[in-house]
Write a protein that binds this ligand. Structure first.
Ligand code: HEC
Length: 110
């Protein structure tokens, strides 16, 4: 393993800890791409590739206008017991779930 691959994440987490709270919520560019893929492929398998709904409800901004980012983050992390909506906390950190919630509220074109 190259020293840089060991060092970089540690440097980054140091930076993130020192940064203001809102910046700490932002994933790295690479992780953001992974999250975007997860959103389209995994979430899209139930909510539709364009988030217009399928097995799960549509998740477009106009359909979520009454939902707070905190509500969406909680559903993403813990799922909805008794429904097909799974919990994602094994795969996503709370700030990553919050990031996805924000993407949903801003819409696929943002
Ligand atoms: C296996 C199918 C499935 C997958 C995969 C899935 N969902 Fe869901 N989701 C559902 C269903 C079904 C509901 C509706 C639950 C209910 O209210 O009965 C739901 C509800 C939701 C809600 C709540 C919407 C609201 O207005 O209350 C959000 C937010 C959500 N899903 C986001 C996601 C995200 C983000 C992902 C990917 C990380 C995802 N879901 C993956 C099936 C799925």
């Amino acid at each position: 393993m190259k020293a840089w691959t060991w060092l970089a994440p540690r440097l980054m987490s140091g930076l993130v800890l020192a940064a203001p709270v809102f910046a700490a919520d932002l994933p790295t560019a690479e992780r953001a791409r992974e999250l975007q893929n997860l959103l389209i492929q995994d979430c899209g398998s139930c909510h539709g590739l364009k988030m217009r709904g399928g097995l799960g409800p549509g998740l477009l901004p106009e359909q979520l206008s009454s939902r707070s980012p905190e509500y969406l983050t909680t559903i993403i992390l813990y799922g909805k017991p008794g429904s097909a909506m799974p919990a994602w906390r094994g795969l996503l950190t709370p700030s990553e779930a919050r990031w996805i919630a924000q993407r949903l509220l801003e819409g696929p074109d943002s």
